[in-house]
Design a protein around this ligand. Structure first.
Ligand code: UDX
Length: 449
């Protein structure tokens, strides 16, 4: 089976690269000519650990190709993965115009039967609309289109690992044959019969991924339901953190003990600045909108969103309380991306805080291992440093925004000697309050004394 991947963003590139590494032949297409030219020149346009290596070896092995000619890629593919963006409109509803555009292209360009697989995150009901659009736009042709949903559960920064070692692979189908085709595509991953680039071919023993066959609507709903639940867990932990601060308890002790109950689980209970990125904020919004459109009031998700937005105010309040007057103060921003190991700055809490501090007259110096080039274009008023110690020189306060190893392992004794004032406000609870105070630093974090 030859595969076609439409959309060379994060999800499309990881999907194309990993399926090629698993032994398939993949044609990737994107409307962005420049992106395709860069990919053809061997330049990977995003930062994602391991992606460069697997794309390079897939290219060398002739298993992956890139084109801006959608017709060529569509005609080559027996199975077409749609990986285009579904950004939120002002109302929170997902904008499906790229999906519609692709449906028209597939219908017009195909010369044989195709299995069309949605990988983009879409509201439940989109697959059925896609099926209808494919039929409508292919008027006169005898091509037969089957539609399936195969949501991705890829975290930025560990997307390759997540693709090769998934907990579950969900396929929403309307017919048995589509499920069989998708099982065949994922067989190398299900049976762990591929050269794993992460573990140099020898993966540690782990549980096998579940292959779940559902209806189209269920598969689409699973993605939104899973991401929204994780977002809800984070907001829950953040409210507990606020409560701990008022009452005098430690949020880490509380969430750790909570999480040891297997019905709750320890993950996604880290309190701090809340969730950002291109996944959770838009998925929560789209899920609220979808529920509302069918008369279901998803009140707990509205609260999840509200709590998350307030994290920025809570953090700024800590900064104001410690610094008093912001105007003229020099702050060192450690971390710009929405989390560690990515250069993605979409809905990054750091950017929101930096914008507000600049408005109030602060002088901002920033460091991030990956995200400086992207942020520079957006915030030219900031002075950027590859070396975090340079960003800390002369600072009245250090503000910590991501869990990057480079910040986690920072030598605070050295940092303190460089700063004008040893004040650290930690948005990710990275350090031990006791150790920071022993070093003579003034230290504030979330939900801990
Ligand atoms: C998410 C989903 O996890 C993934 O399955 C999906 O398909 C895409 O969206 P991603 O956006 O890469 O992935 O980030 P993730 O690692 O899930 O973290 C989301 C945000 O929540 C980050 O801003 C992170 O800092 C924050 N977070 C995470 C917390 O604040 N506390 C936690 O305990 C966990």
């Amino acid at each position: 089976m030859h595969l076609c991947v439409i959309g060379c963003g994060n999800v499309g590139l990881v999907t194309g690269a990993c399926l090629a590494a698993a032994g398939h032949e993949v044609s990737c297409v994107d409307i962005d000519n420049e992106r395709i030219a860069r990919l053809n020149a061997g330049i990977v346009p995003i930062f994602e650990p391991h992606l460069d290596d697997i794309l390079a070896s897939a290219r060398k092995g002739g298993r992956i190709s890139y084109t801006a000619d959608a017709g060529e890629a569509i005609r080559a593919g027996d199975v077409i993965f749609i990986c285009v963006g579904t950004p939120p409109k002002d109302s929170g509803e997902a904008d499906l115009s790229a999906i519609e555009h692709v449906a028209r292209q597939i219908a017009e360009e195909a010369r044989s039967a195709k299995l069309v697989v949605e990988k983009s995150t879409v509201p439940a009901g989109t697959g059925l609309m896609l099926q209808r659009a494919l039929t409508a736009y292919s008027r006169g042709s005898k091509n037969f289109f089957r539609v399936a949903s195969n949501p991705e559960f890829l975290r930025e920064g560990t997307a390759v690992e997540d693709f090769f070692h998934p907990d579950r692979i969900v396929v929403g189908v309307e017919d048995e044959a589509a499920a069989a085709d998708l099982r065949e595509i994922y067989r190398p991953i299900l049976e762990r019969r591929f050269h794993c680039p992460l573990h140099n071919g020898v993966c540690p023993p782990g549980h096998n991924a579940a292959f779940l066959v559902t209806t189209l609507n269920s598969a689409e709903l699973i993605k939104h339901a899973a991401n929204s639940f994780l977002a809800l867990k984070i907001s829950y932990a953040n409210v507990i953190a606020d409560l701990c601060e008022k009452i005098g308890a430690n949020v880490e002790e509380v969430t750790h003990a909570m999480g040891l109950d297997p019905r709750i689980g320890t993950q996604f209970l880290r309190a701090g600045l809340g969730f950002g990125g291109f996944g959770f904020p838009k998925d929560v919004q789209a899920f609220i909108h979808l529920a509302g459109s069918v008369g279901v009031d998803f009140d707990i998700l509205k609260a999840t969103e509200r709590v998350n937005k307030q994290r920025i105010d809570v953090f700024l309040e800590k900064v104001r309380k410690a610094l008093w007057v912001i105007k003229g103060k020099q702050v060192a921003v450690l971390g710009l991306a929405f989390k560690a190991k990515t250069d993605d700055i979409r809905s990054a809490p750091a950017l929101e805080v930096v914008k507000r501090l600049l408005e109030e007259g602060a002088i901002v110096h920033a460091s991030d291992p990956e995200a400086i080039p992207r942020t520079k274009a957006l915030l030219p008023e900031v002075t950027y440093h590859d070396d975090p110690y340079e960003a800390l020189k002369g600072a009245d306060a250090a503000l910590v925004f991501t869990e990057s190893d480079i910040f986690r392992t920072l030598n605070w004794e050295r940092a303190k000697s460089l700063m004008a004032r040893g004040l650290v406000i930690d948005g990710r609870n990275l350090y031990s309050p006791q150790k920071m105070r022993e070093l003579g630093l003034e230290y504030y974090s979330f939900g801990r004394e």
